[in-house]
Design a protein around this ligand. Structure first.
Ligand code: BGC
Length: 556
């Protein structure tokens, strides 16, 4: 047991910043439950098989009923959709696939009317190759102002036929693509840390900085409550774009965590602070160690940074992660965040039962060792209760409240994640966690849209897991989440403080958060429950024992 409870909400001012000690202890985002909507797959109002903003608006009551505090909307901007909208061609407009700016305004209005805040994704590391600036760059000469907004460089080798450096794209293959010069001969190369259709901006360029200030204000003026900042560690690249040293960890790569990046977020923070209503910046930064990631949430930078996904089903490992997280973030006055799944990872209802060592980037028909759904659900449910009981903010990914598994039978021809093509099918990529949601078991496309259309094929298990099959059904995963959110709020679970409890076997994670005792049995043997009232459990309890792969919340 810890002698002193950790300071989970980061309410102590950081030691070196006494003058900034305005902890905003009660700010909504410190303990919020934020629900990620991946708009393509949430709900489709117009029947084209692709989810849209009016679809989200039409289903807001379900989210209010679930009890979330805020939505995070993945990109809905103008985009050719080469990377699910993370390839933005116009940062200040809605893609016709998803609706119009008026649809966005209506969604925001309706969400606010229900007491739900809305955070949007902002994608500053790169644009789409369809962005007018990149199109201008392509038709401009080397060294022009148009090219200077991106990272164009001459190639190496006598005829410039080798990429400017050895950087690799996160989606496979080189991070550089060569473009023709005006006379049609091979010309310069441009950098893309992701797909070839996602050229990286040059953030040393003043025009780029000014443009993103404009983009932030555009959405803040419309009333958005904040931004999830995509690839927040990579905007600034090391001077001279030196080769990656393959012997070093990726966190030390010349495109990760360069000191200059923090100046950008201080600038953005000052813009958000001009607006009323506690608007937030959330970093997608996977940089390690956590003490370094905490730099993104120092008092004058962002409000939150995502935590690593819970990936291990092992009590001592998870305890270490929780302790390190709380310590790292509270040291800079920031709350921790807890995330089990997102649109980039195998869904938790499948992932947690795969051996840790060979978790692939996506699963498909040729994957081996994929666990049976009913065997994996208990862990996913227990993990949800753990995530929702820890001090700080929690993120839910759409569909996890239904216990959806990863969809593994998507045919190759239907796959859309660029990773699949760029690795020649070696990695399935992320389509399996992006399959359109089931709302009604007996409706066409399981209620995703008005007809049968669905941009990825939906599996037959969707009939069993559809929301209408689970709503108000005792024991359903949806009911578990709803009950958990009610208790989390009424018992101020997210406020902590967290105190570890002694006297439990090593495979049981045991702690008290405020007046609630949380026990999670991650081992294979049941263990006796201590005395006290059980408030909620992730599987049925037959007697006073805590079964394997089960979490309980008890009155302390
Ligand atoms: C997003 C991904 C996207 C990538 C490039 C990420 O981290 O979450 O979905 O492919 O950024 O924008």
């Amino acid at each position: 047991m810890l002698a002193t409870p950790l300071d989970p909400l980061g309410t102590r001012p950081p030691a070196d910043e006494p003058s900034r000690a305005s902890p905003q202890v009660t700010a909504w985002w410190r303990t919020a439950v934020i629900y990620q909507v991946y708009p393509r797959s949430f709900a489709d109002a117009d029947g084209d098989g692709i989810g849209d903003l009016p679809g989200v608006t039409s289903r807001l009551d379900a989210l209010r009923r679930l009890g979330v505090d805020a939505l995070w909307l993945s990109p809905f901007y103008t985009s050719p959709q080469r990377d699910g909208g993370y390839d933005v061609a116009d940062h200040c407009d809605v893609d016709p696939l998803f609706g119009t700016l008026a649809d966005f305004d209506e969604l925001l209005h309706q969400a606010h009317a229900r007491g739900i805040r809305v955070i949007a994704d902002i994608v500053p590391n790169h644009s789409s190759d369809r962005h007018p600036w990149f199109q201008e760059a392509l038709t401009s000469t080397s060294g022009s102002a148009e090219r200077a907004r991106y990272l164009f460089r001459d190639g190496r080798g006598p005829d410039g036929s080798e990429p400017p450096n050895n950087w690799q794209s996160h989606f496979g293959g080189p991070a550089w693509t060569r473009v023709p010069a005006a006379d049609g001969t091979p010309g310069q190369w441009y950098l893309h840390l992701f797909d070839t259709s996602q050229p990286d901006f040059d953030w040393s360029n003043a025009e780029v900085r000014a443009e993103f200030r404009r983009v932030l204000r555009f959405w803040l003026d419309r009333g958005i409550d904040g931004f999830r900042v995509d690839v927040a560690s990579s905007l600034v690249k090391a001077d001279g774009l030196p080769d990656v040293d393959p012997s070093l960890d990726e966190d030390l790569a010349p495109y990760t965590g360069q000191p200059g990046v923090h100046e950008i977020y201080r600038d953005w923070r000052s813009i958000l602070d001009e607006y009323p209503g506690d608007r937030v910046l959330v970093a997608e930064s996977w940089i390690k160690p956590l003490t370094r990631r905490a730099d993104w949430v120092r008092p004058d930078e962002m409000h939150q940074a995502f935590n690593d996904l819970f990936d291990d089903w092992d009590a001592p490992t998870l305890r270490g992660i929780v302790e390190n997280t709380l310590a790292a973030f509270s040291a800079v006055g920031a709350p921790s965040t807890w995330v089990a799944s997102n649109h980039d990872t195998v869904r938790q209802a499948t992932r947690l039962s795969l051996p840790r060592s060979d978790r692939p980037n996506g699963l498909g028909p040729r994957s081996t060792g994929v666990p049976a759904y009913d065997d994996t659900l208990p862990r996913a449910r227990a993990l949800a209760m753990l995530t929702l009981s820890l001090p700080g903010a929690a993120y839910l990914y759409q569909g996890e409240e239904l216990g959806l598994p990863e969809v593994t039978d998507i045919p190759d021809a239907a796959r859309q994640d660029p990773t699949f093509a760029r690795t020649a099918g070696e990695q399935y990529g992320r389509d399996g966690c992006r399959v359109p949601l089931p709302w009604e078991a007996d409706a066409p496309s399981y209620g995703f849209g008005p007809g049968d259309a669905s941009w990825l094929p939906q599996p037959t298990i969707w009939a069993r897991l559809a929301r209408d099959r689970q709503q108000d059904v005792p024991g359903s995963t949806l009911t578990l989440y709803q009950d958990a959110l009610v208790l989390r709020r009424s018992r101020s679970l997210a406020a902590g403080p967290l105190v570890w409890l002694a006297g439990h076997p090593p495979h049981v994670l045991a702690f008290r958060s405020g007046r609630t005792t949380v026990l999670v049995n991650m081992g294979s043997t049941p263990t006796p429950l201590p005395a006290g009232d059980v408030l909620l459990s992730s599987t049925d309890l037959d007697d006073r024992t805590l079964p394997s792969d089960t979490a309980v919340w008890m009155h302390s």
